[in-house]
Write a protein that binds this ligand. Structure first.
Ligand code: G6P
Length: 455
């Protein structure tokens, strides 16, 4: 143990995530939620940066953003095997029910461990005994065990933003018992939904040594662990404002049909974009009167392009969009407008508000914040309808949406038809229930209830 922690001083919040939020671009919900606590406690956000000296033996500190930010760098090959390799070719597919897309290689697991050990080593000289460390997501599961090994005895929490896998997918991981050993070093592990907590219990009892102590406490690998369900929200009031003030250019307004449906997600195989396109095809086949009347704006920015499963889903998506457009388009109209680029947040907010239907139909998703953003963006007097996959974590608390099975094209097409035809009073009633939920459980509620439980 080589911890050089400063004892005695007041505890700060220290957030660690793979990506360090940038200091200048408009902040996402997570930053909005944590900024106050970070500022108040003189805290620090630590994350990866690809700029800088990869050999640097210390964190680099950055200006801007209103709170302390520090970055680490990793050797290029280690980073690739940690981020593209273990995080996104092993953990991501397994945790999203796609163990068939995993590629297991010993160097991935090795680099994942090495990266986490190095991050811990870089953090240790900057930590104080009273600090509370909040680790974000699946890239950093072993971080607590590494920090413990290097002498940090303070509180450490983890929040898993993605689903916890089912037993079958968990058993497909290389050395599944490692996962529980890593988790056992945290004081608190937070999940998005009850379903994730149930999967955790199921998997840990079958693949590890676990004993339930009470409602929220387990003895896991001989250590005490607290767990909880903390569904993440958005900066609801901020997003409502953004949508109201969105300056949709005239050009866009004239292109926007009164029956526009919208889908926004990274081009990821977990998002069910091909299933959504096929459902649109079924809609146009079963309801030909909708030809030239309805269209889908699909925004799907590129992501993790160096992983082959992501190249495959892009091929499939673009092929399908081309085929459906070729089959149904007329001289004046195309059923799918597909954009393979990121669109600025404020512009998206305006588009959500224009769209009659929000399509959030992933095959697996930790929460899905687009569902919440779509609701927050609506005009309360004349809101659009949210169609939500039962496999999105959001479905647990957003039952007033039209809940669908994304694997069933006929069910999805009928939900689209129903949404397009829905009378205003039913739209308002459903929207109000959803909006109350989105406002009540916003990202500020999420972070304060998590941190209160972490203690
Ligand atoms: C998901 C994960 C996040 C991740 C984001 C974008 O939401 O839960 O941890 O940051 O996807 O993915 P990327 O690989 O670009 O960071």
């Amino acid at each position: 143990a080589t911890a050089a922690q400063t004892p005695g001083s007041a505890g700060r919040l220290v957030v660690v995530s793979n990506r360090l939020p940038s200091g200048d671009s408009p902040s996402g919900g997570l930053v909005v939620a944590l900024k106050d606590s970070l500022q108040r406690t003189g805290g620090l956000w630590i994350g990866h940066s690809d700029k800088g000296d990869t050999g640097a033996g210390s964190l680099s500190f950055h200006q801007g953003g209103g709170f302390g930010r520090a970055s680490f760098t990793l050797n290029g090959a280690v980073y690739d095997n940690y981020y593209l390799g273990f995080s996104n070719t092993v953990l991501w597919p397994a945790f999203h029910g796609r163990a068939d897309l995993m590629r297991i290689a010993p160097e991935y697991l090795q680099a994942y461990r090495r990266a986490n050990s190095r991050i811990a080593k870089l953090m240790i000289p900057h930590l104080r005994t009273a600090d509370r460390i909040w680790v974000q997501d699946y890239h950093l599961l072993p971080l607590a065990s590494e920090l413990r090994l290097q002498g940090f005895a303070g509180r450490i929490g983890l929040f898993l933003h993605i689903p916890f896998p089912s037993l079958a997918d968990c058993a497909a991981l290389p050395n599944p018992a490692d996962l529980f050993e890593w988790l056992s070093h945290y004081d608190l592990v937070g999940f998005q939904t009850r379903r994730d907590l149930v999967n955790f219990e199921d998997c840990s009892s079958r693949l590890s040594r676990v004993q339930r102590l009470d409602d929220q406490r387990f003895r896991l690998c001989e250590r005490k662990l607290r767990v909880g369900v903390f569904p993440i929200g958005i900066d609801s009031l901020g997003f409502m404002d953004e949508a109201r003030n969105a300056d949709i250019e005239d050009r866009m307004r004239s292109l926007t049909y009164s029956s526009m449906m919208i889908g926004v997600e990274r081009l990821d195989y977990s998002k069910g974009i091909p299933q959504k396109f096929r459902a649109l095809q079924t809609l146009l086949e079963n309801h030909p009167e909708l030809i030239e009347k309805v269209d889908l704006l699909q925004v799907a920015p590129p992501t993790r392009e160096d992983v082959s499963a992501y190249r495959d889903i892009r091929e499939e998506t673009e092929h399908l969009a081309g085929r459906i457009n070729g089959k149904f388009a007329t001289v004046n109209w195309t059923p799918i407008r597909y954009i393979h680029r990121a669109i600025p947040r404020n512009e998206l907010a305006g588009l959500y508000r224009q769209a009659r239907v929000g399509l959030v139909t992933p095959l697996a998703d930790g929460m899905n914040l687009v569902a919440k953003e779509y609701v927050a963006a609506q005009d309360v007097g004349n809101p659009g309808v949210l169609i939500l996959s039962r496999f999105a974590g959001a479905a647990e608390t957003m039952q007033s949406a039209l809940i669908v099975n994304p694997h069933d094209p006929v069910e999805m097409a009928e939900a689209m038809h129903r949404a397009l035809e829905m009378p205003a009073d039913e739209r308002r009633r459903r929207h109000l229930a959803l909006l109350q939920e989105v406002l009540e459980h916003d990202v500020g509620w999420w972070s304060s209830s998590y941190l209160a439980t972490l203690g």
